[in-house]
Design a protein around this ligand. Structure first.
Ligand code: AKG
Ligand code: FE2
Length: 276
């Protein structure tokens, strides 16, 4: 897979300053077709499998948020987590070392483990994604966690492209304020961010946007009659330790962990790139 992997020092500097960066042309036309086909197939199979299950549960393989399709969050996006666990084609895409290399070089860390992949399909006329932080949801706390967000459709100001509050990764804390329905809920906890100017990041399909897990971000409503598809993956710097939050860790693994233990289980959190 010849996914673009070069990261310049100017890009590292920009990412470190703003807490996010867009990389256009991340996938070429053939790769984009493949990512679309694999994501569509993995999501369709997951939705089918979840009809039997009750939605969010202990088993990561059943994670899907479409229990009640009319609920507010079901209309923010169809969210399918850890598709690589159950879909071979997705595993092949997600385990590519080059993704880890780009993430690792931007974050300035020595190794990158997968936290979870996640398809995020904003439905036609879907709800906005309210301002939130990612890392406070996860079972490790790091100033250098990050995600890749790959646009499978052109992401525009009209259909719900990503938006960021630049630089917020530097003053964010690790307590989870969650994601509410209101864009302004995050400002109850971070009043100092209320006057910041947000930056929208419209990108053509096949682009990647990386963001630090502590950078405040959200997305607008989808004001088009078509879905806005994105395939994402959250990354944990190698060496990160358990902070006590369950998040998506399977119970039997979680019960073996003490706060402070290094999260180095290669099946749960594959090491996809190491500087050595
Ligand atoms: O796709 C979206 O609307 C939100 C994405 C997001 O919050 C993330 O990738 O962390
Ligand atoms: Fe997020």
């Amino acid at each position: 897979m010849k996914v673009k992997a070069e990261i310049t020092s100017a890009q590292v500097e920009q990412y470190q300053r703003d807490g996010f960066i867009a990389i256009e042309g991340f996938l070429d036309a053939n790769e984009l077709e493949k990512w679309r086909a694999v994501t569509d197939d993995a999501v369709a199979k997951r939705l089918e499998a979840s009809k039997q299950a009750k939605g969010w549960g202990e088993d990561a393989n059943s994670l899907v948020n479409q229990g009640d399709p009319d609920a507010y969050y079901a209309q923010v996006f169809t969210q399918c987590v850890r598709l690589a666990d159950t879909h071979e084609g997705m595993a092949e895409l997600m385990l590519a070392p080059r993704l880890g290399e780009m993430a690792g070089r931007l974050a300035g860390v020595d190794g990158i483990r997968i936290w979870h992949d996640q398809a995020l399909i904003k439905p036609p006329y879907g709800n906005p994604t309210a301002w939130h932080l990612d890392n406070p949801y996860w079972s490790f706390s790091s100033p250098n966690s990050l995600s890749i967000w790959v646009a499978l459709d052109d992401a525009t100001l009209a259909n719900g492209c990503m938006w960021y509050l630049p630089g917020t990764q530097r003053t964010a804390r690790h307590d989870n304020v969650g994601i509410g329905h209101n864009q302004t809920d995050l400002f109850k906890v971070y009043p100092e961010w209320r006057s910041l100017e947000a930056v929208g990041v419209p990108v053509p399909a096949g682009s990647a946007v990386f963001h630090n897990g502590l950078t405040a971000h959200g997305a607008g409503a989808n004001m088009t009659p078509r879905p806005r598809r994105a395939m994402t993956c959250a990354y944990m710097p190698d060496g990160s330790t358990f902070n006590g939050k369950p998040n998506i860790l399977p119970r039997e693994y979680r019960e073996t962990l003490q706060i402070g233990d290094v999260l180095d289980n290669d099946k749960q959190n594959p090491l996809i790139w190491s500087r050595k």
